[in-house]
Design a binder for this molecule. Sequence first.
Ligand code: ZN
Ligand code: CU
Length: 401
Amino acid sequence: MSTVGKVIVCKAAVAWEPNKPLKMEEIQVAPPQADEVRIKIVATAVCHSDLYHLLENRNTDGFPTVLGHEAAGVVESVGEGVTEFQPGKMETYGEDKLFTGFCLHLFYLTGDKVIPVFLSQCGECRFCKSPKTNQCVTAWTRIHQDLMASVESRLSCNGKRLHQFMGTSTFSEYTVVHQTAVAKIDPNAPLDKVCLIGCGISTGYGAAVNTAKVEPGSTCAVFGLGAVGLAAVMGCKSAGAERIIAVDIIADKFEKAKVFGATDFVNPKDHDRPINQVLADMTSGGVDYSIECAGKVEVMRSALESCVGSWGVSVIVGWTDVCDVAVRPGQLVAGRTWKGSVFGGFKGKVGIPGMVQAYLDKKLKLDEFITHKMTLDQVNDAIDLMKQCKCIRTVLTVCQQ
Ligand code: ZN
Ligand code: CU
């Protein structure tokens, strides 16, 4: 039975209100409208931004919602005007000459494999046309900075509209996304791995490669060794950095950081002076590049101060909107550059397939980030693991392919 053009009733984890466990519900997913794509989600990971919206966001407007934005799936159907994506098809064939005994065969042809992107790429605006940015005029970061879930959504539960989180909402068996926010990927890609490319790994890796533009032979420091920080270490390594200093207050994270290329480890708790002084001593004056992946304003400042005057570049990747960050102007006058990076500077639709290819070519690690595998029903356990910093990434199986 084809689902095309019909409302799909399926399972989703609904966040009814802030700070409460998600609830598995039966939801209704409307058919895609013009320029939209309905995606069957196969795997989704839990990212810190999901927690941020659930726990720390001071704006309660974006509820009820379906969280989740780091996922991969297959196209189920498309709305009017969508030609870039092929939906799955049910096809019947007549008598098969090779396998007698079956007179009618039903084949389900899987639709294009895709990754929904929270950072859309319309391809036509001033920002899409510039190679200097990935922040399309329709991008989430540009239009919804203070509200992470949009009212406009094809998802509802018992007649109540569910907000769409970061334009994606992937803690659901099906979701509907605008075609400018869908990236088509290699059909050979394992969706339970490449889902990570939809947010955290691209964010950290690209911050080193695209935003900092780390050069071969350089010295780097990465602050905060969650999935994003580890991916930044991997980015520094692949850009040819000679020395990569991993900084974190949890000592046992260094073993993992080594896997991605870290050469040194500094735990600020082991020192009674500012960490930038420790790093300056280790590197005769400061690192060439520092990347902040902790989302804390004090760390942002010390990352900046840890990079060398004259040419040091510091990139802020961590997100917070609860307080301001301060700096002495002299730190910048001395020649340091302070930058920020969203989604690693990758343009969504074109950057993601390239990252998937790098994984398939064994130039990018993904499996090493996955510490836990669960099913969508266990999403609250996955959230608890992340709250307690007991995981790097948990991948949830949502639908069978
Ligand atoms: Zn655009
Ligand atoms: Cu994320």
